[in-house]
Design a protein around this ligand. Sequence first.
Ligand code: SAM
Ligand code: DTB
Ligand code: SF4
Length: 333
Amino acid sequence: MEAIRHNWTREEITEIYERPLLPLMLDAANVQREYHVFGEVQISSLLSIKTGGCSEDCSYCPQAARYHTGVKVHALMQVDEVLEAAQNAKAGGASRFCMGAAWREVRDNRDFDRVIDMVKAVNGLDMEVCCTLGMVNAHQAERLAEAGLYAYNHNVDTSEEHYSEVITTRTYDDRLNTLSNVRKAGITVCSGGIIGLGETDADRVGMLLTLANLPQHPESVPINVLVPVAGTPLADNSRVPFDELVRMIATARIVMPGSAVRLSAGRLELSVAEQGMCFMAGANSIFAGDKLLTTPNPEFNSDKEMFRILGLTPKAAFADGLPKHKQAAAQIA
Ligand code: SAM
Ligand code: DTB
Ligand code: SF4
């Protein structure tokens, strides 16, 4: 088994990214087989707990207040509503429940107290609980960890060089700083990005270089394909050809062998055969459920059929080990 590395060079990642597609897929599949159960796919379910009206200018995002996208603003949901959604997600086969808020950052107010209650409530269902709430400081990350948060999603989104073309209201370093706060609090890290933002191949390599050279790789790496939304500045961007997505996934798989690589936004535009190529190239996680945060995602039954056709199996919650607070509880029991 090749060692997990954190000293990749740009040249090495470029060489991998540029390999001919089928040999690249084979290389990625071999890594996949060494580090994971081939064909096992982790299923996450997403819920937008606070929708729209966001102050940021992320040029891809339907929830930014400044773009007129038709997304209805919705205040923070109630804990019991969220719990019910999590129960439904679990019944549908999800092992992870991810709550997303259209916030720039977490603030220390009653809304955050309510999110803490949501984390505790969903944690009681024995699901991996995940949040994506924007920037967090060290203290906020610790509060989330104490409440039982398993994972925190915060994407670098693109390369450091391309970042300011996409977002101007915060910096790449802000993003990395939040990831470091999350890591220090002992929460697993979920961080990836989007392709189709107008970036070059060098930017895609650059994004993977940032992620693969973090002191510890993110446990989950979501690869999103831009979902173009009318009203956003990127509404008319051309669709990413599927082979470029496969290439991106395969490269992520090879440079971060132990991580879950998530085939994230954009699945609705992909056939089962194209998604099958992504799983072959090392994707081993998806968002399931007919909605992402605000945009549509494949229906439950079509994903069920895809799992049947491709021989995929859902991964159980906590298959990679219990988080700290659950380990203590397991010892007492
Ligand atoms: N507000 C928080 C933040 O920005 O970190 C959390 C929610 S935000 C919607 C989470 C991620 O969704 C973004 O970082 C981005 O990668 C992804 N995303 C948002 N809009 C998207 C779109 N139209 N297509 C693909 N991915 C998108
Ligand atoms: C991630 O990388 N993708 C998810 C999740 N993390 C939060 C979000 C995708 C959002 C797609 C656009 C929408 O539905 O609003
Ligand atoms: Fe706000 Fe997050 Fe959307 Fe950016 S990606 S506009 S921070 S909700």
